[in-house]
Structures are given as structure tokens and as C-alpha cells.
Design a binder for this molecule. Structure first.
Ligand code: ADP
Length: 605
């Protein structure tokens, strides 16, 4: 829908306009209307009219040096200048004139009342009426609260037969199985009511970003063919305390009217964060959460309203929200495994034109660790690349390149490395690959390149696992650290100097070594004690230390020892294979990008 709305003007704008109109009216129109037509005459005329007794009212304005007077019938107002005339008062008295001070100001008392009192009131009342009507309309009818306060703005996807179905969500079989029950319930609640079983009121979809949580929620609505209300947690939180709460109320009352239906709250952690008693808490958020808790308690089971919520930070949610009776079921939506990745790639490949000979399994293996959203992105990048190269469909090469784009960024076409730098990078990358290849339990090398990328990488070695990998042994982890140190080791061995190029390797190796000691129980001294806990499982996996200062020092010492040991191992491997290292590095230097097969050919020759 491309409904174009004229931008709304703030309330203050209308009041300013009204005020301006009133001021203009008072300054310009009022004096003009108030003034009767005045005829200016000379003093002689005034005197003769006085003597003739043809004078009605007189007003002497001494400060202004002027006299206003009317004729006998009070029909015309005259004005004249003042003259030194000591007998004036007596003469006026004799002529029977009426002394007054109100010839000019007070014209018509009724008109004056109308202009100064009634008109402004009328203007303001009219303005108020207009504004109220407008806001009511925006808020969705006369039942809405004044000033549109607390309208939920939930987007309603009503019964969409062409909407998303479970078949559009590839992989995630466990989650789908879990949600299929909800669909069945929404189709036929009576079956559940008869036996007395009650459906969970709320279902929490948890998982890393881009794994298809929103899609799953939409698919449930699509399968069940019921209305779908969707709102993001952050949309509830407003500037004013209480607005969010009334939005929650409104959303639930709408949902109850439309039951059976699905209410989907995305990023529920925005309102569902743990309420801590700290000073300066967020009142609005807490009130909104309280209202949500109350609403969830408030509606009866089996009313047919199912609340789905998604979050990537389940650990930050308030325990009151996740207790049975509210969000009592938790459905993990994890990163897809190999089969899942293949399925997701194929689902998205249907939307573009691809060559028939694409090896999806290889692409999926290369994209290990990618989320559904990233895979969708990879497929789209491949299509874009095909268009750029004027091809009518995307090929295997497009897909492989787009994985690299997603991982490392675009190729820097005009980055100029010096010859020396290029040689160092070639040795660095071959160092990684050689150490990996000479150890067991290492994923095979897929590709080595020294073409710089926009992410800042000057080159990289891509290793691709054969299948799914759920567990890693201590030996595998150690080998991985050795592989990471392989690049720097090659530089040391060949150039007897070190460069900044290894910073990312160092970071990764340290992280791995640290996890081995603090979390995986792979250090003899600490046995099976966790020294660190993961605080943010789905978003980067930050950890927090939970040990004494002495232990921390010991951890640091052990991490250093572990990395040192693997570094020495890598060094030894490279020393023993120095001839191959030189040969491979030269080859890479010349070709810039080589495949895993080429690498293995030279290695095994
Ligand atoms: P989340 O809510 O978990 O952050 P979304 O449901 O918004 O993720 O997914 C974002 C996009 O990623 C979707 O629009 C879809 O294109 C793609 N996607 C994610 N998971 C899947 C999946 N399992 N199957 C197909 N596409 C997926």
C-alpha cells in the first residue's frame, strides 16, 4: 500500500495560527470597525454650530489637542483642533451640549461585546472541535481515546491465503513441528477443549538474528488461516509513561475481537527486560511490561488468541514473563545445519534464475555458520553479480563469490599492494593452509586468495568442513589455534620480522584458548569449573568472568602458555616443510587466488 498521507502539523501550529489571527483582528480590524466616520471641520464651524445650538455630544481630548462632537441628531461625528478659548465650557453649556468621554471608543456596545469577547471564544471552540475530530479520525474512530493516546497501530495481516506457509521456511524442522500443534489448535480448538487440554498462551521463539523467527510466526498464521497482528516491542515504548500500557490494552482488545488469531510481538526484550530495583529505572517500559503481564493473565485459556514473541536475548527477559501461564513454551530457532542451509538456499534460489549444475551442498558447506537471512542475501548477491556481468542466470562461481562478499566484503579492485607486501601476505596465507593441511582433524582448505577485500582483509584461507560439526575435541581446538598462528609463523620464519597482518588471527586464537580453559574444562588445574559464563548466547556470545583475581591471573598465564605451545608447533611444521612453503607461496604470489585442489596437488607432488 502506498497510501500517501499529508504530514500532520503539530498542535502548537494551530494555536499559533489562531493567536495570530486574533492579534491581527484586534490591531487592524477592530479599530477600523470601531471608528465611526469622522468629519474634520475648522474651529469656526465648531463655534458657529455651538452658537446655533446644533450640537449633541462633546468630547474634549486635551492631551491630544482635539475635540470630537456630534450634531444635534447624533448622526455625524465631527473633529476639530483645540484653540485657547477660556469661554468654551460656558458656551457649550449654554448650547445644551452633552459632555461625554465616549464618542470615539464606545460606538456600539453590542458590536464591541461581540468583537472582544464572543468572537475569540467562538474561534477557539471551533478550532478545538476541529482538532478533536481530526485526532479522533487518526486514532481510528470515536471509541479511541482522546488525542489518539494508546492506539496500538498493530499491523493486521488478515487471512492471507497467499501468505507465508511452513513450506516457505526451510529447515527448522523442530520448530515447525512444535508450532504445527498451534496451527492444529487454531483450526479446531474444540478438540482440545473437550479433553480439557489448554494451549500455551504464549510461545517464545528464541534464536540468533535472521534465523526465520518472524517468518515462522507468519507461517503459523498463514497455515492456520487466521488474522495476524504484528508489533515490535520497541513500538510500545513511548515518550510518555502510560502510553505503552494503553497500547498493550488496545492490542489485546483488538485481538480478542478477532479471535482466533495470532499476536506477534517481535523483539520482545525491548519491553520484557528484567525489572531491576535500581534507581532511575525506565517507568514507561516497566508499566508496559506490567500491562502485558496483566493482559496475559486476564484472558481465559482457549480463547483462541495465541501470542508469539521473538527475541535474541532470552536471558534478559523478566522471569514473570516466562513463567507458566504466560510465555510458557520456548521454541529454539537455531542457526541452520548443513541440510537446513541447503534447503534454505534452494528455497531462495527458486526466486532467481540459476544454472542447473550448481552444487548446493558445496555452497552450503562454504557458508557454514550462516543464518537464513545471510543465505538469502548470498543468493541475491549472486543474482546481482550475474546481472552485472550481463549473464542471464547465476552460476556456481557467482554463488561462491557472493559467499566471500558476505564474509569478507567486495574485492578492492584498485588497492595497490607493494611487491613486498604481496609476498608477505602470500607467505602468511600459505602458512595457515600448510599448518592446517599437515595436521589431522583440520577442515580441508577450499581456497586461498591474496586479493584484498573491502573488509580490510588482505587475503584469506577458506577452510570448509565436509559435514556437520557439532562437537570439537581438544585436539581439534588445539590444531585450530596452531592453524591460526600459522600465518604469523610463516612471516617469522621467512622474513625474520612480524607485521600487523595477524591481528585478527591473534584475537581469534586468544578467544579460543580462553574458552578452552575457562568454559570447556580443558585445563588440568581448573578441572570442570566454569570460570566464565556466556551472557549473550545469540548475539556475539559475550562472556563475563566469575572468579577471583588470583584465578584470573592464572587463567591469563595458561592462555598464554597454550597459544605459545601451538605457535611453536606451527613453527615446527613450517620449518619441516620449508621447501613446500616457498613453492606454494610463490605459486600463490603469481596467481593471487588458488583452489584447494591446486594447493593439494603441489603439496603432494
Ligand atoms: P528473525 O526474525 O529470526 O530475525 P526473519 O524471520 O526476519 O529473521 O528472517 C529474515 C529473512 O531471512 C527472511 O525474510 C527470509 O528471507 C530469510 N530466512 C531466514 N530463515 C529462513 C528459513 N528458515 N527459510 C527461508 N528463509 C529464511
Amino acid at each position: 500500500m502506498n497510501e500517501v498521507k499529508t504530514p500532520k502539523k503539530p498542535l502548537i501550529f494551530y494555536y499559533c495560527v489562531a493567536l495570530l489571527l486574533l492579534l491581527l483582528f484586534n490591531f487592524l480590524a477592530m479599530p477600523w470597525m470601531a471608528q465611526r466616520q469622522v468629519k474634520e471641520v475648522d474651529y469656526g464651524t465648531f463655534m458657529s454650530m455651538t452658537l446655533d445650538g446644533n450640537i449633541g455630544q462633546v468630547e474634549v481630548q486635551e492631551t491630544e489637542n482635539q475635540i470630537f462632537f456630534t450634531d444635534k441628531d447624533n448622526t455625524t461625528v465631527y473633529k476639530t483642533g483645540m484653540m485657547p478659548d477660556p469661554d468654551l465650557t460656558q458656551r457649550l453649556f449654554d448650547s445644551g451640549a452633552e459632555f461625554t468621554g465616549e464618542i470615539i471608543e464606545q460606538t456600539d456596545p453590542l458590536l464591541s461585546l461581540l468583537l472582544t469577547w464572543i468572537l475569540p471564544v467562538v474561534i477557539f471552540v471551533a478550532l478545538g472541535q476541529y482538532m478533536t475530530k481530526r485526532l479522533m479520525k487518526n486514532a481510528g474512530g470515536p471509541n479511541a481515546m482522546m488525542f489518539g493516546k494508546g492506539k496500538s497501530n498493530a499491523r493486521v495481516y488478515v487471512k492471507s491465503s497467499e501468505g507465508i506457509k511452513f513450506s516457505d521456511v526451510a529447515g527448522e524442522d523442530e520448530a515447525k513441528e512444535n508450532l504445527a500443534e498451534i496451527v492444529e489448535y487454531l483450526h479446531d480448538p474444540s478438540k482440545y477443549r473437550e479433553i480439557g487440554a489448554s494451549m500455551p498462551k504464549g510461545i517464545l521463539l528464541v534464536g540468533p538474528p535472521g534465523t526465520g523467527k518472524t517468518m515462522l510466526a507468519k507461517a503459523v498464521a498463514g497455515e492456520a488461516n487466521v488474522p495476524f497482528f504484528s508489533m515490535s516491542g520497541s513500538e510500545f515504548v513511548e515518550m510518555f509513561v502510560g502510553m505503552g500500557a494503553s497500547k498493550v490494552r488496545d492490542l489485546f482488545s483488538q485481538a480478542k475481537e478477532k479471535a482466533p488469531c495470532i499476536v506477534f510481538i517481535d523483539e520482545i526484550d525491548a519491553i520484557g527486560k528484567k525489572r531491576d530495583g535500581q534507581y532511575g529505572g525506565n517507568d514507561e517500559r516497566e508499566q508496559t511490561l506490567n500491562q502485558l503481564l496483566t493482559e496475559m493473565d486476564g484472558f481465559e485459556e482457549n480463547t483462541g488468541v495465541i501470542i508469539l514473541a521473538a527475541t535474541n536475548r532470552p536471558e534478559s527477559l523478566d522471569p514473570a514473563l516466562t513463567r507458566p501461564g504466560r510465555f510458557d513454551r520456548r521454541v529454539p530457532v537455531e542457526l541452520p545445519d548443513l541440510q537446513g542451509r541447503i534447503a534454505i538456499l534452494k528455497v531462495h534460489a527458486k526466486k532467481i534464475k540459476v544454472a542447473d549444475d550448481v552444487d548446493w551442498s558445496k555452497i552450503a558447506r562454504m557458508a557454514s555458520g550462516a543464518s537464513g537471512a545471510e543465505l538469502a542475501n548470498i543468493v541475491n548477491e549472486a543474482a546481482l553479480r550475474a546481472v552485472r556481468d550481463n549473464r542471464r542466470f547465476a552460476t556456481q562461481a557467482d554463488l561462491e563469490e557472493s559467499i566471500e562478499v558476505v564474509i569478507a566484503g567486495y574485492q578492492k579492485k584498485n588497492a595497490i599492494m607493494t611487491d613486498e607486501e604481496k609476498r608477505i601476505v602470500a607467505y602468511h596465507e600459505i602458512g595457515h593452509a600448510l599448518v592446517a593441511a599437515m595436521q589431522t582433524h583440520s577442515a580441508p582448505v577450499q581456497k586461498i586468495t591474496i586479493v584484498p577485500r573491502t573488509s580490510g582483509a588482505l587475503g584469506y584461507t577458506m577452510q570448509v568442513d565436509e559435514g556437520n560439526h557439532y562437537l570439537m575435541s581438544q585436539a581439534e581446538l588445539e590444531n585450530k589455534i596452531a592453524t591460526l598462528t600459522g600465518g604469523r609463523s610463516a612471516e617469522e620464519l621467512v622474513f625474520h620480522s612480524v607485521s600487523t597482518g595477524a591481528s585478527n588471527d591473534i584475537e581469534q586464537a586468544t578467544k579460543l584458548a580462553r574458552s578452552m580453559i575457562t568454559r570447556y574444562g580443558m585445563s588440568k588445574d581448573f578441572d570442570m569449573v566454569a570460570m566464565e559464563t556466556v551472557t549473550n548466547q545469540y548475539l556475539g556470545g559475550d562472556t563475563s568472568l566469575a572468579c577471583s583475581a588470583e584465578t584470573q591471573a592464572e587463567i591469563d598465564r595458561q592462555v598464554v602458555a597454550l597459544v605459545k605451545q601451538q605457535h611453536a608447533k606451527a613453527m615446527k611444521i613450517l620449518e619441516e616443510n620449508r621447501a613446500k612453503l616457498d613453492q606454494l607461496a610463490q605459486y600463490l604470489y603469481e596467481k593471487e587466488t588458488i583452489t584447494g585442489e591446486e594447493f593439494m596437488d603441489i603439496l603432494q607432488k
